[in-house]
Design a protein around this ligand. Structure first.
Ligand code: F0G
Length: 353
């Protein structure tokens, strides 16, 4: 086995880097493409999970952050700034630390999952909460970086982030032996990731690496589904805080991905998200955060509604690790039981399980 070098070195010819740049990496990418037997059985498809919670900071954001922070360092920026529902802030904080840059993150007050906050704290970022939602945070981040050129904006409106995130599409095609899936399911919030995947698939297709393109299926939480409804949502609400976004920045490229790929956008309710979340952890043994389960909730819904052809080769990206959001994991959990110090009691518990 050869050591995985991170996504920039793994796909250097496809990344916007110059020879003399210092690459800022934490070894991101190279994540598992895991067969999902239970979901395959339920849908009559061949379903694989792209487990991007296995990245260094526990989400797909690291793929883009290695590129964004590498470019920021090369451009002589001193600090990085992002708006975030949590994962981008954890990733920015880590990569800024690696680059020796300072970092501030703008987050909606009280609306980011505990694990993500812990990460930003651990990496020493300045955490700035505002009384507003993600969309307000992004607007403020954009204004600040346009007024202060020494600060790099590392949201997915930064094209280098998209170039880095396209690596996930390359990995999937490589792992599938030189083909794309028939259908790719993703959770959609600010819509950077679906834009990045589509860019990656198109690049591989244009270069003849894969013969066909996938259909892109994007799923939003019902309370935060502007792309499904076709208009921004003023007060987005969902248990999947990562995708609690009402005005996606990459609207145009996401719609193009759907239209060009003959794909679809659909909404999944919080109950459907939680059902998929539990199915993933209890039956596929893959622990994800709620937003990630939206792709699987959407897969199951499309299958039930007949919009997903049986027999398809499907990849669902599960975007973030379950440990990001311990509160949701423990939402309905009983307190751990207390047992006597006695093997029969321990064995009895297993028999009951
Ligand atoms: N899944 C997770 C776990 C996320 O954190 C996000 C976005 C998405 C899906 C949606 O991806 O925005 O590219 O459509 N999180 C951003 C953040 C907004 O700030 O961490 P998208």
């Amino acid at each position: 086995a050869v050591r995985w070098p991170g996504v920039i070195e793994a796909y250097r010819d496809r990344m916007p880097v110059q020879d003399d740049w210092t690459i800022v990496t934490l070894g991101e990418g190279g994540t598992p493409l895991l067969p999902a037997p239970v979901l395959s059985e339920l849908t009559g498809c061949d379903v694989h999970l792209k487990v991007d919670g296995a990245n260094p900071t526990g989400s797909f954001k690291d793929r883009g952050m290695t590129m964004a922070v590498t470019a920021a360092l090369a451009e002589g920026k001193q600090s990085v700034l992002c708006a975030s529902t949590g994962n981008t802030s954890a990733s920015a904080a880590a990569y800024a630390t690696r680059a020796g840059m300072t970092c501030a993150v703008l987050v909606p007050r009280g609306k980011i999952a505990l694990g993500k906050l812990a990460q930003a704290v651990a990496h020493g970022a300045r955490i700035l909460q505002i009384d507003g939602n993600f969309d307000d945070c992004l607007e403020l981040a954009r204004k600040t970086t346009s007024d202060y050129p020494a600060i790099a904006l590392v949201n997915s409106v930064n094209p280098t982030r998209i170039a880095g995130q396209a690596s996930a599409a390359y990995e999937i095609c490589d792992d599938l032996g030189g083909r794309a899936p028939d259908v790719h399911c993703l959770p959609v919030g600010n819509a950077g990731n679906i834009s990045a995947y589509w860019k990656g698939y198109r690049a591989y297709h244009a270069d003849g690496v894969v013969p066909e393109l996938p259909r892109m299926f994007g799923f939003q939480a019902a309370g935060a589904a502007p792309l499904v409804g076709g208009a921004p949502v003023k007060n987005p609400e969902t248990i999947a805080t990562a995708i609690r976004i009402g005005a996606p920045a990459s609207w145009g490229t996401a719609v193009a991905a759907r239209d060009e790929s003959n794909g679809l956008f659909a909404a999944v309710t919080d109950d459907e998200i939680l059902a998929a979340y539990r199915l993933l952890s209890t039956r596929e043994a893959v622990f994800v955060e709620p937003a990630s389960a939206a792709s699987v909730a959407g897969l199951l819904k499309s299958s039930a509604e007949g919009t997903l052809p049986r027999g398809s080769l499907v990849v669902c990206t599960v975007t973030g690790h379950g440990l990001k959001d311990p509160d949701t994991a423990l939402l309905t959990a009983p307190d751990p039981e207390i047992v006597p110090i006695d093997p029969t009691a321990v064995a009895a518990a297993l028999e009951l399980a």
